[in-house]
Design a protein around this ligand. Structure first.
Ligand code: SF4
Length: 494
């Protein structure tokens, strides 16, 4: 079997993945990571210029063309070769940047993450093994990744945005095991032939990346199972599974050690229990939610390469909010909203609009308030003239999630979660007004984030349509909060 560096890394995670790719590729579920790949490409393109002039090996479907071109560039004395490609026996790799260093070469692997993970080290060790196998003298192996502490002002400073870390010593330590690893992976796939190999389900199915074949390999796991228990360590789930405790039936009969919340989830679902409620405690909580009550929700996006001054890589950039204002109990709330113009820095306009829409002395409600508070605090740190008002909004925020995260109200349909995506359908089942699935285009926060980040690249008609859909999505988030609070008020009434 031929191995590329990415196949090698997947084979290290689980060699059955490579068998599945060969014999049952149709069982793979698209991981939907186009945005991550696109970010990787953007950072990769920028990084090519990190060491000055460079020559890129042109992409070809035929890897041999790339290998031949690399050989030619090396022979004619090229110093920095990007996408330098090599075959060694049945192994293939393309090096992000191959940099001349005296009588040898340095390997530079580029990543769009902000830290080095173990799998990157294995990836670099594989490259080093292949290149040395081809007869190149490899002196150092570096990882070039994003520095999260970088703050952009003016032109992007590539040497501050990216951080070069020397991984030579760790890679050298991994090299003696590479041959064994390659043999094991190749033999595993070759020996199985077309007969599906048995493979124990382990935490490796999720790390370092979620396996795209999980739907297939886990198809016989009952639902619900130990894998559905919220707040349980992944290693604990697999150790229960491997000791034969899989279904909730198994848990009830064999009584493994669970914490209070885990037991609550399992027993509520298993015995089909009615919701339980601590009315007095909820009453005390709601007493603090005084009128007028401003239900607030932000949408944010982020960029690996910070587009505006004062921004760091992957910093959350707020571009939209929705506000439902309850003036009195029982009255329909008033709605206000803000959505930044695409392709502009949204922060100042959003902060000004927020200060116009929310007085500095009213109660503000958010669901999981640490996020909204973080956004407002960051805006306050940027705009001195608005800082006082923004910090008063910040201090006036209370959390609608508290009754649920503190388990003052629990419904079996929460399935151990207190995320609004579980709480809403359980509290307001079948309400057509609150149906995220019925929305156009944007159904989840990450879709809103991706849509806004890409909005300026579309036609005016597409932009208008997406803006309408973004507004509808965010509006539903705060309307959901209003309806959940109404339910809580009903529950504690008698
Ligand atoms: S789901 Fe797990 S066992 Fe199945 S191929 Fe993926 S990693 Fe291997």
């Amino acid at each position: 079997m031929n191995l590329s560096k990415s196949k090698y890394c997947r084979g290290l995670q689980c060699p059955k993945m490579l068998w599945m790719e060969k014999y049952m590729p149709e069982e793979a579920v698209d991981p939907g990571n186009e945005a991550i790949l696109e970010t990787g490409n953007l950072v990769g393109d920028l990084a090519m210029g990190y060491f000055g002039d460079f020559t890129e090996v042109p992409y070809s479907d035929d890897k041999q063309d790339m290998v031949d071109e690399t050989k030619r560039l090396i022979e004619c004395g090229t110093e920095n070769i990007c996408e330098a490609s090599f075959f060694f026996e049945n192994l293939y790799c393309a090096v992000d940047i191959l940099k001349k260093n005296g009588d040898g070469w340095d390997i530079v692997e580029v990543k769009s993450s902000t830290h080095i993970s173990d799998i990157y080290l294995h990836d670099m060790a594989f490259q080093c093994y292949v290149l040395r196998g081809c007869g190149l003298k490899i002196k150092n192996v570096f990882n070039l990744h994003i520095d999260s502490s970088y703050v952009r002002y003016g032109e992007l400073d590539l040497h501050k945005f990216l951080m070069l870390e020397d991984c030579t010593a760790t890679v050298e330590n991994l090299l003696p095991g590479i041959y064994e690893n390659i043999r094991y992976i190749c033999d595993y796939v070759d020996d199985a032939g077309s007969d599906e190999p048995d493979r124990e389900l382990t935490a490796a199915c999720n790390t370092p990346y979620q396996c795209v074949f999980k739907n297939y390999c886990y198809r016989n796991i009952p639902s619900p199972s130990v894998f559905d228990i919220a707040g349980m360590r992944t290693t604990t789930k697999y150790s229960l599974y491997n000791s034969g405790i899989v279904s909730f039936d198994d848990i009830i009969s064999r009584k493994p050690k669970l914490n209070k919340n885990q037991l609550l989830q399992v027993e509520s679902e298993y015995y089909n229990r009615e919701p339980y409620v601590y009315k007095e405690e909820i009453r005390a909580c709601l007493k603090d939610f005084t009128f007028p009550l401003y239900h607030l929700d932000f949408e944010t996006t982020s960029f690996a390469i910070p587009p505006y001054d004062g921004m760091s890589p992957y910093e959350q950039l707020p571009f939209q909010y929705s506000l439902h204002i309850e003036r009195k109990e029982g009255e329909e709330p008033e709605h206000r909203e803000f959505l930044a113009k695409e392709g502009t820095d949204p922060r100042r306009a959003l902060a000004e609009s927020l200060c116009r829409d929310i007085p500095d002395n009213v109660r503000v409600l958010a669901y999981n308030m640490s996020f909204e508070k973080g956004v407002i605090k960051r805006l306050a740190s940027m705009f001195d003239d608005l800082s006082g008002h923004l910090m008063k909004i910040h201090d006036n925020i209370r959390d609608l999630m508290t009754p649920f995260s503190n388990k003052l109200y629990y419904d079996k349909n929460f399935m151990g979660s207190y995320s609004i995506k579980y709480v809403l359908p359980a509290m307001c089942p079948g309400d057509p007004e609150l149906n995220y699935a019925a929305l156009n285009q944007i159904h989840k926060g990450d879709q809103a984030s991706a849509a806004f980040a890409d909005l300026a690249n579309h036609t005016p008609e597409e932009i208008a349509e997406t803006r309408k859909n973004l507004l509808a999505y965010c509006r539903l988030d705060t309307l959901a909060m209003v309806r959940i609070l109404e339910k809580l008020r009903e529950i504690i009434k008698d």
